[in-house]
Design a protein around this ligand. Structure first.
Ligand code: DGY
Length: 328
């Protein structure tokens, strides 16, 4: 392990297996690399041991990078480059106190995540997964006029986008192509681009009361934790659908199970969970819930672009340059 001040290149600890192109890009930087290389991230003790003496950490959204990890890395730590646009897994204040730069990967995963949000929207509205299970079960059936009827998405349904940022805007573009009425919260909802898509900026209570589908696209912060709880679910239409591709703890998951069980809302399409990777058993027993395992950005090219951005952010800081995507 190089000592601080030695001529050896800085060492980067990668907590997970980078996509192959990004791994090759990192290898080409000339930095020393050590990588957990397997699975989705280090166990805590491996993480603490792995970062020891590292100048950079390339982490992913499942790693909790807090003061303990930064101190385990030591005083030579200069950058934490997160593979993901969300960085609620990193204690940015603790990094700032230690002079460590934190970066993320915005922009490159907007379309991939919006695709999954829209896939969940269509799957829940038109009961695709429920119908698929029905067919696979071998249940005898004939066509009926009320067979698996669901929400008409096109020409008439209202989509409420909570937190119209880059990903929310990508969802709005898809909704506009489906002739949906679009409501949104967030300052970008008043932008020219949003206006051109027909987005109307509203406050959360109006959005919840008027939307057939509510899709969450805000970051997880202390202010947005449990933004959608029992009261907000009750404020939604009786057949409303909730889509969450943002972060699990934005929704009070137990309140959601109760609302879905009691018919307070109609359905939910979920990519993220409050206690991820655990999923509330109550959700799994409900036919009107579609669950996928945090795959919003899981497009092959998207994951390479995320990896490349994380590598370039880490390499820039370690070369004494400005990072591309600093946060905080
Ligand atoms: C992100 O980028 O924050 C995603 O959740 C990871 O797919």
């Amino acid at each position: 392990m190089p000592t601080i001040g030695s001529d050896a290149p800085p060492r980067v600890h990668v907590t997970f297996a980078l996509p192959p192109g990004a791994a090759a890009e990192l290898a080409g930087t000339g930095l020393q690399i050590d990588s957990a290389g397997e699975g989705d991230g280090d166990a805590r003790s491996e993480l603490l041991a792995g970062v020891s003496g590292a100048s950079g950490i390339i982490s992913t959204v499942t790693d909790r990078i807090d003061a303990e990890v930064m101190d385990a890395a030591g005083p030579g730590l200069r950058v934490i480059a997160n593979f993901g646009v969300g960085y609620d897994n990193i204690d940015v204040a603790a990094a700032r106190e230690r002079g460590v730069i934190v970066t993320n990967t915005p922009g490159v995963l907007d379309n991939a995540t919006a695709d999954v949000a829209f896939a969940l929207l269509l799957a829940t509205a038109r009961r695709i997964v429920e119908s698929d299970r029905f067919v696979r079960a071998g249940t005898p059936w004939t066509w009926e006029s009320d067979f698996f009827v669901g929400l008409d998405v096109s020409a008439g349904a209202t989509l409420g986008i909570v937190g119209l940022g880059r990903i929310g805007m990508a969802v709005a573009r898809r909704a506009a192509a489906f002739d949906m009425t679009i409501l949104a919260t967030g300052s970008r909802a008043a932008s020219a681009e949003a206006g051109a898509l027909g987005v109307r900026q509203v406050e959360l209570p109006e959005l919840l009361a008027s939307s057939d589908v509510v899709s969450l696209h805000c970051p997880l912060t202390p202010e947005t934790r449990h933004l959608i709880g029992a009261e907000e679910l009750r404020a939604m239409k009786a057949n409303a659908i909730l889509i969450n591709t943002a972060r699990g703890p934005i929704v009070d998951e137990l309140a959601l199970v109760e609302a879905l069980t009691d018919g307070v809302i109609g359905a939910a399409g979920l990519d993220v969970y409050e206690w991820e990777p655990a999923v509330s058993a109550g959700l799994l027993n409900l036919p009107n819930v579609v669950t996928v395992p945090h795959i919003g950005s899981a497009g092959r090219a998207t994951r390479e672009r995320m990896g490349s951005l994380a590598v370039r952010n880490a390499a820039a800081v370690l070369a004494g340059e400005e990072p591309l995507n600093p946060v905080g």
